[in-house]
Design a protein. Structure first.
Length: 267
């Protein structure tokens, strides 16, 4: 099983790991593109104003340029710990046991705009780059989509078993999943008191984080959709295959009030 997560714009600083070593990362077939993107980011970072424009940084975000300049020598930490925000707060990687971290490393990947797919335990630096970021103020550097989409798509096509895509649509475009059995984009929906189902907006990321946490805690390397659905039913999750047969729909009750109530619903 492979669970694909989106990254987060917000990241923790620091780390206890050595500087980035590309040969230590999972998905080694992405190394060539990783080097290309890293070179482009380094070149762009030499021009502060150009970087601010290319990355669409606000007046208070100029420090992100220095963060990108420091990438080659910056300390690293595991990917699941590096990212912050709603999804990663709900996943709460810091509370995972050693066995759970090992399971996550083998079965969870984050789709970084800088490094492509990275395993949960891969040691990575802090950086600033998004799926729609420009790598140059001119057109002489290929876009992130042109660089990542073919390489990541092939890496995913070579992966056997169940793939659950919890990425945002922007990151999914940087590496489309193969069209085959047991590969699903997971869409989170909410059911109101009247039974109507709609997209879950505010708590979408939190629901994905909690669901990923539950899969890590279960520690089962599901190989088929049926195995996953059987587990979900037993655990009380409303997880079904959509009418088109491709997506999976995770439906949670619509809950008014603070996010903590959603945690109780999903757990």
């Amino acid at each position: 099983m492979l669970i694909l997560l989106p990254p987060s714009e917000t990241k923790r600083d620091g780390g206890a790991g050595d500087p980035l070593a590309l040969d230590s990362l999972a998905f080694p077939e992405l190394t060539r593109v990783r080097r290309s993107v890293l070179r482009a980011v380094a070149a762009l970072s030499r021009n502060r104003e150009a970087t601010i424009r290319a990355l669409k940084l606000g007046p208070k975000q100029a420090g992100e340029v220095d963060r990108n300049r420091a990438i080659p020598k910056a300390a690293t930490m595991p990917a699941l710990s590096r990212y912050t925000g709603v999804l990663y707060d709900a996943l709460d990687a810091g509370a995972l046991t050693s066995d759970q971290r090992d399971f996550a490393h083998a079965n969870v990947a984050v789709h970084s705009a800088l490094l492509g797919l990275v395993a949960a335990g891969d040691e990575i630096p802090a950086y600033r780059l998004s799926f729609d970021s420009r790598l140059s103020v001119t057109k002489d550097v290929p876009t992130l989509k042109k660089q990542w989409a073919p390489a990541v798509a092939k890496a995913l096509a070579d992966r056997d078993g169940l793939i659950l895509d919890l990425r945002s649509e922007g990151y999914a475009a940087l590496g489309p999943t193969p069209v085959r059995d047991h590969v699903h984009y997971v869409r989170v929906l909410a059911r109101d008191a009247g039974g109507a189902v709609r997209a879950l907006n505010h708590f979408n990321k939190q629901a994905k984080g909690l669901f990923t946490r539950a899969l890590i805690e279960a520690g089962v390397d599901f190989s088929t959709t049926d195995e996953l659905l059987s587990w979900a039913r037993a655990e009380g999750y409303d997880l079904t295959v959509a009418a088109d047969g491709g997506e999976l729909e995770l439906v949670v009750p619509e809950v008014a009030g603070e996010p903590g109530k959603l945690i109780a619903v999903l757990r």
